[in-house]
Structures are given as structure tokens and as C-alpha cells.
Design a protein around this ligand. Sequence first.
Ligand SMILES: [Zn+2]
Length: 244
Amino acid sequence: MYLIRLDDASEYMDIAKWDKIESLLNQYNIKPIVGIIPNNQDKELVSKYKKDLGFWNKVKEWQSKEWTIALHGFTHVYSSNSGGINPVNLRSEFAGIPLEEQKIKISNGIKIFKEHGLNAKIFFAPSHTFDMNTLEALRTESDIRIISDTIASDIYKMGEFYFIPQQSGHVQSLPFRITTFCYHPNNMSENDFKILENFIKQKRDKFGSFKDLSLKKREISVYDKGLKKLYFSIRAIRNKLRGK
Ligand SMILES: [Zn+2]
């Protein structure tokens, strides 16, 4: 099954592009997971876009049409060079940060969501990076027990948490049971929209939504462990070659 995940919704975003992705998904009746930054302080976003005063109402509409609301960090500001347990990038708002600070981020994020009548079911961190303390902070400060971000073929459970795999930043046919395509609408080009729509047209019946997922108590498989190891070793070599 294919899932769509949209990252970086906040009071500071490219409203025209978000409207465009919303109408595209509406047209094909696809309900994405959407990551909301509760207290966006990320200079790249805050300085680029005008504050959208209608933002929180828009998110409530998304929630009422069954888009799945995710807590996407707290400020979206990176303060460590750690990759944590999903080292897609070596920068993080969470990984490597003391547990007490992470707890404050999570509880303040949830508080903002509650003030706006939002119920987050999923967490994913800026740059995909978090650590075991992030899970502990979510466990004590929220009801969230689902993470969208891991390299695997299927959902697995670790401790109290379910992990939904997220393997690609663009649509492509991949041989996994569950594939999440992660888009950043703020950065999408005309061509990205076209490619996405063509793919959806061809494979609409393979797209599902969060409510179609069965959260099973499946442990991570040997295959998934191998997949993860392979993915991150290729990634590490690539980063080394790029001098990162
Ligand atoms: Zn983000």
C-alpha cells in the first residue's frame, strides 16, 4: 500500500502550493498524513513566508476530512549533529538532546495542538531524526504511539511504539508492503506535481490512508533489519563522498 505524507505545514508555508496539493489529493480522494510544526521558529520558513492567520482553521478542516494529523517536531530548529536511531541526516531537533528538554518540546507541542482542537496520532521529527529519549518523551507527555519514519518493508512494533516505514521522497514503484512517499509541498515544482499526479492516475488503487493500516504486534523482521542496514550504509558512503 502507498501512503502520502506531507511535511512542514505551519503558519509559515507556501499557501498556493499547499492548496494545489490539497486539491490534487481531493480529486483522487487520497487522505495523507500531514506533519504540523506547532511552534515554527525555523528561519528558512519563517523568513520566507508571511504568517498565515487562517492556518489553524485549515488544519482543523484537514482533520475533519480525515487527514491524519502528525506532530512534526516543536520548533523545527536543529540543535544537534546527531542522527539518532534513524540517521537519514546528521542534524536534529531531538536526537542527542537531553530527555528533559525533549519532554518539554513534546508537551508544549501537544499543548498547542490541544488549544486548536487537534488530535495528533503520529509523530515524525524534522530531518527524520530522533532517538530513544524522543520515544520516552512521547510516551510520558503524549498519547502518540506511532512514528512515521523507518526503513522497513512493513509496520513493526518496538516497545510501545509502532513504526510506519517511510522510504522515498518521491513516487516510484517499490517492492514493499507499505511505502510512504514523503513530500514537502513548500518545495514542490510544477514538474513534481505532474509526476505525482501521473503516478496516482496509474496506481490509484494502491494508495491508502492511515485508517487502512493494520497496526500489528509484528517485530522487526530479519529482512527489515538487513534493509535498514543496507540503506544507511549506502547513505553514509554517499554522504562521505559528498563531504558531508
Ligand atoms: Zn520538516
